[in-house]
Structures are given as structure tokens and as C-alpha cells.
Design a protein around this ligand. Structure first.
Ligand code: NAX
Length: 328
């Protein structure tokens, strides 16, 4: 039998954590033949709740789950970890300015980056889910100088999946007919879901839909504001769909994208498509053998250029703000 892969989940007692842990333990993250060992990180006040979740994990008797440990100390939680899912974050509360939000999260993601640097496994892969995800990932990455920068990613897969669902519905096709969809930029309301390079059953998606008004005034805002719509309807923010997207992100990273398709991941920019080097921005990426690559050579028209630039400008502002706060 294989040695278990160690997966650390932060914010384990939160609502995404609750939807995520059982799927990891069932084998959905890494595959049906890969045993996993879970390490849960929580703040001290939430350790008891995490223990309750761990009791339920025991009660599932998952064949692939070889152990669950709970920590309130980041250094211990990330020791030897192969996959780090950084879900726990400080949410924006009433009256909080963006600077306060970035500062509070810097206080979380800086020590977590240091802990990953100090003790994670050599092959560690990091996915940041907690918002503001791209900038939190940047903070963690900047504090892990010994870990290759490409191991730090942030999640735009939920936006990607939301966009696929919207196009499939509009075109009256199965979600599996949609390929090469891209989310560009920040995981925020400025994100740009791109249909101009996407395909529906092998044909250009924007041309197939042939409804510019829908694309600009319905599709893009529906995807970008879906999180708020879920809160409005459910009375709580996206949880199971976010957990499912986190599973997809890591599964694709480890197992590869299909031929003739790509996915969306926020990764460290190498300057591709005019995105300043070092920003953690969402791109079209292919993955193979546990490594990602930005899809090159796409023609970007004026409309897409404007949308990408606007979202990337927001990322640059967030980076400048955390720099000013001394967080990177
Ligand atoms: P919850 O508030 O239910 O859970 C967060 C958990 O994190 C809590 O249990 C809290 O105790 C814990 N936590 C806080 N600080 C911590 C620290 N320093 N170390 C370890 N744990 C810590 O939030 P939930 O709904 O689970 O959402 C988690 C994060 O995901 C939020 O930041 C949210 O904004 C973000 N999301 C990101 C999405 C994405 O697509 N990238 C979509 C869904 C979600 O909105």
C-alpha cells in the first residue's frame, strides 16, 4: 500500500471545511487509491468544533483515511504537509475598511507562509481559498522563500465552474461540452470570465452563443456576483460549491488537464499577457505531472484587454496596500 499523503486544512471547523474534509477523506481529492492523513488547523476557540468534525470523520470509517490530527499552531499543522488548503481567513465585517481586512489577513497568512517554509514537504502544493484569496496567497508565498513560487496558488475554480454552468444553460448543452473557459485576474467582482477563447461542443463559444448583450450584461455580472447571489438566497456564503471547486483545483493540478482543454488557476505571473510579474492572477493553465503552465499565444481583443487590465490593476493595488502595511 502507498504511504499516505498529508493534507493540511486550515479553517477546518468552518462551513467550507465541513464540506471539504469528508470529500478529501473519501478519496475525491487525490484519487481512489491514495490514502490521506489529515491535519486540521484552527484558532483555539474553534478547536473543539474541529474535534467534533474529526469524530464524524472517524464515524465514516473511510478506508483511505489514515488519521486526523488537530492543531492550533501553524508550525505543527504544516509539518510534513504535501497539500495545504488555506481556507480559514478573517471575513470582512461591518465597518471594516479594505486596509483593515488586508491587515487582519496578513496576520494569518504571513505566519502560515513561514510555517510552510519551515516544515512542509519538499513537494508541497498550496491552494489559498480564504479571501482576499489572490493577495493572501501572495503574502504566504512571499514568506516562504525556500518553496518554489509556483507551488502557491489561489482559487478561481469556483468562478470557472460557475461560468461553465451558466454557458451550458444558455446554450442548452451539457457542462462537459464546455471547454477552454478562462477566468482572468482577481477572485473578486472585477474578475473576467472569458468566452472568446472558450468552446461549446468544439466551436467558438462567443460565436455559438451569438448574443453580445447577454455576454456583457448577463453572463459576466452573473458569474462575478454569484457569491453575493448565493448569500442572498441561502443566508450563508457558498460552502459546498467552494469545497467542490477546491477539490477540482487540486485534483486537476495533480492529475493533469485533458487534451484539448485547460482550467483556471490563480498562479504567480511570469509577465504573460501583460500581467506584472509576481502578481498571483488567474490565467488559463494546463497541468501535467503535478506542474502547471500558462496557456500561451491567445489573441486578446480590445474588450478582453480592458477587462483583464481592470482586474489586474486591482491586484496591483492590493499588492501595493499590503506592501505599505509591511506585510510583504
Ligand atoms: P467560516 O467563517 O465558516 O470558516 C472559517 C474558519 O476559519 C473558522 O472556523 C475560523 O475559526 C477559521 N480561522 C480563522 N482564522 C484562522 C487561522 N488563523 N487559522 C486557522 N483557522 C482560522 O468561513 P467559510 O464559509 O468556510 O469560508 C472560508 C473562506 O473562504 C472565507 O475567507 C471566504 O471568503 C472564502 N471563500 C472563497 C471562495 C473562493 O472562490 N476563493 C469562495 C467561497 C468563500 O467565500
Amino acid at each position: 500500500t502507498r504511504t499516505p499523503v498529508t493534507v493540511t486544512v486550515t479553517g477546518a471547523a468552518g462551513q467550507i471545511g465541513y464540506a471539504l474534509l469528508f470529500r478529501i477523506a473519501s478519496g475525491a481529492l487525490l484519487g481512489p487509491d491514495v490514502p490521506v492523513r489529515l491535519r486540521l488547523l484552527e484558532i483555539p476557540q474553534a478547536v473543539k468544533a474541529a474535534e467534533g468534525t474529526a469524530m464524524e470523520l472517524d464515524d465514516c470509517a473511510f478506508p483511505l483515511l489514515s488519521g486526523v490530527d488537530i492543531f492550533d499552531d501553524a508550525t505543527k499543522a504544516f509539518a510534513g504537509t504535501n497539500v495545504a488548503l488555506l481556507v480559514g481567513a478573517r471575513p470582512r465585517t461591518k465597518g471594516m475598511e479594505r486596509g483593515d481586512l488586508l491587515e487582519a489577513n496578513g496576520g494569518i497568512f504571513k505566519p502560515q507562509g513561514e510555517a510552510i517554509n519551515a516544515g512542509a514537504a519538499d513537494d508541497v502544493k498550496v491552494l489559498v481559498v480564504g479571501n482576499p484569496a489572490n493577495t493572501n496567497a501572495l503574502i504566504a508565498q512571499q514568506h516562504a522563500p525556500d518553496v518554489p513560487a509556483e507551488r502557491f496558488t489561489a482559487m478561481t475554480r469556483l468562478d470557472h465552474n460557475r461560468a461553465i454552468a451558466q454557458v451550458a444553460k444558455k446554450a442548452g448543452v451539457a457542462v462537459t461540452d464546455i471547454k477552454k473557459l478562462t477566468i482572468w485576474g482577481n477572485h473578486s467582482a472585477t474578475q473576467y470570465p472569458d468566452l472568446f477563447h472558450a468552446e461549446i461542443a468544439g466551436k467558438n463559444a462567443a460565436e455559438t452563443v451569438n448574443d453580445r448583450d447577454w455576454l456583457e450584461n448577463d453572463f459576466i455580472p452573473t458569474v462575478a456576483k454569484r457569491g453575493a447571489a448565493i448569500i442572498e438566497a441561502r443566508g450563508a456564503s457558498s460552502a459546498a460549491s467552494a469545497a467542490s471547486a477546491a477539490i477540482d483545483h487540486v485534483h486537476t493540478w495533480v492529475n493533469g488537464t485533458a487534451d484539448g482543454d485547460w482550467t483556471s488557476m490563480a498562479v504567480v505571473s511570469d509577465g504573460s499577457y501583460g500581467v506584472p510579474e509576481g502578481l498571483i492572477s488567474s490565467f488559463p493553465v494546463t497541468t501535467k505531472d503535478g506542474k502547471w503552465e500558462i496557456v500561451q499565444g491567445l489573441e486578446i481583443d480590445e474588450f478582453s484587454r480592458g477587462r483583464i487590465d481592470a482586474s489586474v490593476a486591482e491586484l496591483a493595488e492590493e499588492r501595493d496596500a499590503v506592501r505599505k502595511l509591511g506585510l510583504i
